[in-house]
Design a protein around this ligand. Structure first.
Ligand code: ADP
Ligand code: MG
Length: 646
């Protein structure tokens, strides 16, 4: 018996116990070797026709003997090669072949490290290799239990090629190896890892026939040509959709597919899909983004997250490249600038494709946006807006004037120079359409973008300005209407005093049929305050009650007695809260009822008018209240238990 060299022993132990995470990949490694062997023979047959054959790989399981055989009619190995290639771990005959032949011949070959073969010892306690080199007459047998060493002896083989016969380990208490004798499992593994090996991988199974005899049945397990390598002209009408459905387990056809082939510093082919809608777990932590990464048709990684930026995580697909620095197990990748180059290329390609769709097939783009617009917005906002310039022209907003989705660019095209981009925030377009402030904009012929996603306003802050046009919230306190007279100023001051610090009061010309609206001054808008609140933060907006001084209700408040004035302010403030989607204050209903009830209500018991326990008002109390209202002290007649504003 020849011993494995000392380092080899250690290395063998390493391969079997540490390099691979998934022991099922042993089959991928054996099939890859068979494919490499066939490739080598095929290259040689180009100059020596006698070496040509009907190339293929065969799998055969023998349950009684617990063996799985992987056979190929490739180049084969002679005695010396068996010793050199299989006796020395980390010696790769394939790597040597690639070096000798140069890039064009060697490019498709998979082997590189000279350890894949030994992965079979993860599942086998004995491996026998019978091989006959193409063009030579004698065959040899290599045999090893994977511990001490190996034996080589003369053998018989009818044709050139190699059989790798692995004897599976006995099943243990919590480990089963017998699964690798089952046809369904083998075909599953071939589909998963080796579907695009360019030679047929046949499985031989025995099927009982009449009279107790058995017949051999052959099934081809792999599809060989990957759809992404097929020229467009050869693709069937639904072939890409069918591929998507089966590869990504989605019964609905994708919205769009994108294929790209790049040759240059890094060569790769990619086939990408935008699903018809986000997968059910897309917005959860459980969602794993990533594209399937193939190296020469062999699956390396199911979901390689590095290939797509987070915000494009909804894109599914495959990338195939011969140019990768794989680590030795080929299960993970070295962080490699080629991978980064591919990822950058794909991001550009996807965004360019979206842009094309936006220009040429608006309807389709809107479908994509309806499903994944949130993801794009997230991309524009995330990372301190690092991607905002790439994404800002792909965002769509509902235009109040056009009653349809528009891009910021389209909106800006209608603006006068330097005019601001007006927007309004709200849960839905319907709710925004009912905001008091929007009337003024409409009256003045101004369009307003509807921001219905919480993130929209943050994006606007991030973009800052678009071609010199600044974003402006129509509910911002910025626009102060002119107070036309001293009486007006007095009125606003009186209202503000009544509000006791809940909001400042200013005049506005934004309103038409509404008397008041709520706005915020400073950096934090009402919308932002709400988002921050939901996130647990305590950032407060500085509220402003904006008042339409031309409104009859407001006009009627001039000189009103203090009790009624207080109720009016309460009702108006709460009206503004309602319009903004807030809850009303507890004192709102009783104030409203008193106003509706008018004089009769003030003399009746308060029960008739509403839920608060205030005593019916008396004239003297009202006088006192008038003083306290202007000095901003709590009103004596007011019940302290209610009417607390938070
Ligand atoms: P790698 O494939 O990375 O080179 P392996 O450990 O898988 O490493 O295989 C070692 C070497 O053994 C290969 O490079 C090849 O020269 C040889 N070899 C393995 N399997 C076969 C086969 N089926 N036919 C011919 N040569 C083989
Ligand atoms: Mg190999």
């Amino acid at each position: 018996m020849k011993e494995f060299k000392a380092q080899s022993k250690k290395l063998l132990d390493l391969v079997v116990n540490s390099i691979y995470v998934n022991r099922e990949i042993f089959l991928r490694e054996l099939i890859s070797n068979a494919s490499d062997a066939i490739d080598k023979r095929r290259f040689m047959s180009l100059t020596d026709a006698s070496l040509d054959a009907d190339f293929g790989i065969e799998l055969k399981a023998d349950k009684a003997a617990r063996t799985l055989t992987v056979s190929d009619n490739g180049i084969g190995m002679n005695e010396k090669e068996l010793e050199d290639c299989l006796g020395v771990i980390a010696a790769s005959g394939t790597e040597a072949f690639k070096k000798e032949r140069g890039k064009t011949d060697g490019e498709q070959l998979i082997g590189q490290f000279g350890v894949g073969f030994y992965a079979a010892f993860m599942v086998a306690d004995n491996i026998t290799v019978i091989s006959r080199k193409a063009g030579e007459q004698s065959a040899y047998k290599w045999e090893s239990d994977g511990v001490e060493g190996f034996d080589i002896s003369p053998a018989e083989r009818a044709d050139a090629g190699t059989d790798v016969i692995i004897r599976l380990k006995a099943d243990g208490d919590d480990e089963s190896y017998s699964e690798f004798l089952e046809s369904y499992r083998l075909s599953q593994l071939v589909k998963k890892y080796s579907d695009y090996i360019r030679y047929p991988i046949r499985m031989l199974t025995e099927k009982p026939i009449e009279g107790g005899a058995k017949a051999e049945e052959t099934t081809v397990l792999n599809s060989m040509t990957p759809v992404w390598k097929k020229p467009k002209s050869e693709l069937g009408e639904t072939e890409l959709d069918d591929f998507y459905k089966s590869a990504f387990r989605d019964y609905r056809a994708p919205l769009i597919n994108i294929s790209t082939r790049v040759e240059g510093a890094v060569d790769y082919t990619a086939l990408l899909f935008v699903p018809s809608e986000p997968s059910f777990d897309y917005y959860t932590k459980d969602y794993k983004r990533g594209l399937s990464l193939y190296c020469n048709g062999v699956l390396i990684m199911d979901k390689c997250a590095e290939l797509v930026p987070e915000y494009l995580g909804f894109v599914r697909g495959v990338v195939d490249t011969p140019d990768l620095a794989l680590n030795i197990s080929r299960e993970t990748l070295q962080h490699d600038r080629r991978l980064v180059a591919i990822a950058n290329g794909l991001e550009k390609k996807i965004l360019a494709e979206f842009d094309k769709l936006l220009k040429n097939d608006r309807e389709k783009y809107e479908k994509v946006f309806a499903q994944f617009g949130k993801a794009l917005k997230f991309g524009a906002y995330d990372n301190f807006g690092a991607n905002k310039d790439k994404l800002k022209d792909l965002l769509l907003y509902y235009s109040d004037a056009d009653k349809k989705l528009v891009t910021i660019k389209e909106y800006v095209a209608k603006l006068d120079e330097k005019a601001p981009i007006l927007y309004a925030c709200g849960e839905t377009t319907e709710k925004i359409a009912m905001l008091p402030q929007i009337e003024g904009a409409r009256e003045n012929g101004k369009d307003v973008l509807h921001f219905t996603d919480p993130v929209d306003e943050f994006i606007a802050r991030m973009i800052e300005d678009y071609d010199g046009h600044k974003f402006e919230n129509i509910a911002s306190g910025a626009d102060n209407g002119k107070t036309k007279s001293a009486e007006h100023k007095e009125l606003l001051k009186r209202m503000e005093a009544r509000l006791k610090g809940k909001a400042a009061v200013t005049a506005t010309d934004k309103l038409k049929s509404y008397p008041v609206c709520l706005a915020a001054k400073g950096d934090v808008s009402l919308e932002m305050e709400r988002i921050m609140e939901a996130m647990g933060g305590g950032v407060k907006a500085e509220r402003v009650l904006q008042v339409n001084l031309d409104h009859p209700i407001v006009k009627s408040m001039d000189g009103m007695d203090d009790d009624k004035f207080a109720d009016c302010v309460t009702v108006l403030y709460n009206e503004a809260l309602i319009a903004e989607g807030y809850k009303t204050e507890p004192e709102f209903l009783s104030a409203l009822n008193r106003l509706i009830g008018g004089a009769s209500c003030q003399t009746e018991n308060a029960k008739v008018c509403g839920g608060d326990k205030k005593q019916p008002r008396k004239k003297p109390a009202a006088k006192k209240a008038a003083q306290s209202a202007t000095t901003d002290k709590p009103e004596s007649g007011e019940a302290p238990t209610e009417g607390v504003d938070k």
